[in-house]
Design a protein around this ligand. Structure first.
Ligand SMILES: C[S@@+](CC[C@H](N)C(=O)[O-])C[C@H]1O[C@@H](n2cnc3c(N)ncnc32)[C@H](O)[C@@H]1O
Length: 204
């Protein structure tokens, strides 16, 4: 029988502490100033470290994830930090994403199967307001050999060129493949092969 992904992630997040730490992702921190003021959507947000960071910067944040346990922890972190956070437990493959709604859409380690990912990225392009930006960091092929984090299944990894093609309608500002040291909680530790993207919806 195929394992239920929600159950996998709920079990991971049921452990005490934060699987990927409480600090926001490095690439998101690097480009956060380029997200215009306004609402932000965090895809596959897990335990909420990036959502809380963005809410503290003044964005109204919506976090979507399969895992009710992860988003419960995200909500509790937001309450401790004194910021608002809207959470939606849903599968991104079928979640009806609002259109022209967000100044930023953030995708940190959201590894969906390729056809679902491409369809998701087509919806992301429409979800941004003009001038809004998409921020992504994900593992790329090669990482499955390292054992320093990310899905072991190469089919869930992605390349900069594929992302460029999927993000039609957006102006790609950054699309780079880098190897960098990552230290995020228990599961992401060590030199890692990643792809980083910043793309913008043209202003009217
Ligand atoms: C490696 S974790 C990253 C969590 C968070 N973005 C972070 O950086 O801390 C991957 C997340 O993707 C979520 N996820 C995987 N497939 C999903 C899907 N189809 N729909 C919604 N969430 C999904 C999992 O529940 C998990 O929280």
């Amino acid at each position: 029988m195929k394992p239920d992904p929600a159950e996998f992630w709920n079990t991971r997040y049921a452990a005490p502490g934060f699987a990927y730490g409480e600090a926001p992702n490095d690439f998101l921190v690097e480009v956060a100033d380029r997200i215009p003021a306004g609402p932000v959507l965090c895809l596959a947000e897990g335990e909420g470290r990036n959502a809380v960071f963005l809410a503290k910067r003044g964005h109204a944040v919506t976090a979507v994830d399969l895992s009710s346990v992860g988003l419960g922890k995200a909500k509790a972190s937001a309450e401790r930090a004194g910021v608002a956070l809207t959470t939606v437990v849903a599968n991104l493959a079928s979640w009806p994403m609002p259109e022209r709604a967000f100044a930023g859409v953030i995708s940190i380690w959201a590894h969906l199967p390729t056809p679902e990912r491409a369809a998701l990225h087509a919806r992301v392009a429409r979800a941004l307001v003009p001038g809004g930006v998409f921020v992504l960091e994900a593992y790329r092929p090669g990482q499955e050999q390292r054992g320093t984090g990310g899905p072991p299944n190469v089919e869930l990894l992605m390349r900069a060129q594929e992302l460029r093609e999927e993000l039609t309608g957006l102006e790609v500002v950054i699309a780079r493949e880098v190897t960098r040291a990552i230290h995020e909680g228990q599961y992401h530790q060590g030199d890692s092969d990643v792809v980083q993207v910043l793309a913008r919806r043209a202003a009217p």
